[in-house]
Design a protein around this ligand. Sequence first.
Ligand code: ADP
Length: 887
Amino acid sequence: MDAIINCSPLPQFVIDSDHKVVYWNRALEEYSKLNATDILGTDNHWKAFYNSKRPCMVDLLVDEDIDGLAYWFLDNYKMSELVEGAYEGEHFSPHMGKGGKYLHFTASAIKDHEGNIIGGLESFEDITQRKIAENDLQESEEKFRSLVENLNVGVYRNTVDLGGYFIQVNQAFARMFGYESTSEIMETKVIDFFLDPSERITFLEDLKKEGSIIDRELHLKKKDNTPIWVSVSAKAHYNEHGTIEWVDGIIEDINHRKISEEALIKSEERYRSIVENINDGFCIHDFEGNILDCNENFALMLGSVPEEIIGTNLDEFSSNTMMLEKNNVTGELKKTGIVEFDADLLKKDGNRCYYNIKSSIVSGKNGDKVHSFIRDVTKRREMEEILHESEIKSQKRLAEIEAIYNSAPIGLCVLDRNLRFVRINDRMAKINGFPPEEHIGKTLQEIVPDLAEQGEIVAKEVFETKKKVMGREFNGITPAKPGVLRTWIEQWYPVKDSSNQIIGINVAVLEITDIKRADKALKKSEEKLRLAIEGADAVMWFWNLEKDVFEWTDRYINIFGTNPDPEMSYDDFLKSVHPEDREKVKNATQRVMQYGEDFKVELRTIWPDRSIHWVYSLGRLFYDFQGKPKEMIGIAIDITPSKLAEQELQETLKQLKRSNAELEQFAYVASHDLQEPLRMITSFLQLLQRRYENQIDSDANEFIQFAVDGAARMQELVNDLLTYSRIGRKTGKFEYVNTEDILKQITFDSRLLIEENNAHINYDSLPLVWADYTQMVQVFQNLISNSIKYNEQENPTINISAEKKINDWVFKVEDNGIGIDPKHRVHVFKIFQRLHGRDEYDGTGIGLAIVKRIVEQHGGMIWYESKPGEGSIFYFSIPQGDEKYEI
Ligand code: ADP
């Protein structure tokens, strides 16, 4: 026994029934650091294990105090499975070894053959290493558990049978599924977590097949039956037979992700369905125009399908390549993020269509893209073009209407309710006498006060009846023609707005002043004609050419001395004409028919009483609408009295001419023949005067002087008379005469007279005239000398000019002289007529008579204008270049 205990590597000790240590082996000495010598024979063995005195397990067994075990060792003891009646337990002795030791101890009572307890044995095993490992494991397990518990990832273990339960789950699992505790989960069948139990079957089948499943998404349900998306990864654990014993898995809540994913899918689907369903084309492209995606519509627009379009470039379809560049799409997009432009795209079949493109930048994970919505605006463009065309057309029409409006021969205007001009055409403006723009905004009263009252009355009628007023005659004066009473026919139309309210009046005005006047004039002239015809004892005739019948008015008898035959034909008429005149009548009639000339014939008729009467007949031919001669209308006047008077006149004229010629001859001869004796008287008188001047008294001298003067004057008169009578006799030589040269000659010849009187003679360039040079000199000479003579000014001024009037040159000789009293008007050009006495102005009174005669001989006329004290203007005309006036 001694040897056994001492040799045992296990620490052991033995006590006797009195609890005194009888054995204390070497191994125990090592462990406890208590020597056997100190312990043996004592009951201090407790010191090896405890700090204060207490029974060891062997003490209790020696005393057979089994209850004491429970008391002293709590539940840290158990009956040994190896030694009968022995007990074992574990204990940590902190003071033992380095840092204390875990000891496993086994104690048993030692009995004699009779079964009496004689002592007890307690042996120890150092389990410190195992215990530390166990503790470490437990600690790490603990840590893992708390990690697992705190994770939001569910961890579970279960079996693969369908009706199975979870063997183990963590808190997170419970939380995930809305359970209060893990144990509550354990009481729930695994299949009850599935929304769709068939999913569990598939899952298990797959697991059996694969041995593990990674990230399987399952749609499960929570405790309150709300669905939850989870991702499950599971691994099967097999037993030695190769069958699955349990499954470990982790389960992750992906509900949130799934829902947002679903939402994303939904929104994507929605977006796609929008994109697919919109009528617009849609495409996603990059900044270079490379098409990344597009909808059916866009493809359709290009006559294709999306698959063919995606991957191509927008510019391939653009009729003007560089569509994006041209429209600066990229630039605009980068600047504002959005751009809209119009472009035309070519379809596959070559048709060109117009599109409106709205592009915007959409940022994404893979950089910025362009989303473009393309709308077919071909129709709109066509419509626009049509619209544009029709706009141009209507503008043109408007311009035409405007032009018509303005150039209309009718005055048009629009007045507002206050009778203010709103619009007016040129004609109307002209009628009123103001430019169109000056009318706008002014009232009728302001523009045409004379017509305002009439206008206001008619306007009132229009406003009250709401009806147009037609054909009203307006009479009045407008500022355009002050003092002229004018007449218009006017139409006043109401202008209504959409609610049928009258907002103004449209006035159309047709001027009939002239028609009115013509009408009056016609009536007057008709009346005059009637009076004339009646007064002239004339008769009107109407010759119907178709029926060859003459009709006459009442006074036929006065001309033809009998009543007319109602069926009178042309031949019947000819019979009433003097046989000698019939040919003349026939010729005239023929000329009428052939050349359409008027019928003008003087004819003689023979009355039933054989007396002859002169008739002047005047007629005109009228045609039918086809241009065929239809009727001749004319008048016949009895001109017998005037014919007789004319015959008489002719006779008198002949006599007059004869006596005039005789008179001229006489004047000529007289003045010519008188000159000789006159010269003789004068020269003898002068001889008398010279020779006897000193021998006779002063009275006789004066008488002789009177006689000399008288003779000289008589000579002057005779000379002038001769000149005058010569004009009528002398055959002048006609030529082109430069009147300017004449003036030059006269101013030279009369320079003394001009200087003496301080006179000024002004003339412009003067014309060439067909005339007798000497006579023209005479004319100017006489007029100029009169202008100087009958002038009291310091500087007599004479202006001479010429003006062309139709076929004449009219010369003007203007002076600033004394002028001529109107009462002398009739005497000025008469021969020997003087307006002043000799003591006032010298002269014979024949100068102007000569001028008149010369002018008239040249086919011209002479007249004058004058006011006493204001000078005189003498005018005379000379027909230009007409040789018929040659004498
Ligand atoms: P006279 O030999 O008297 O000048 P005229 O026949 O030349 O005769 O003129 C007739 C009259 O007309 C003149 O007596 C003169 O009274 C008047 N007369 C002619 N010329 C002018 C003139 N330039 N200014 C004023 N009176 C004139």
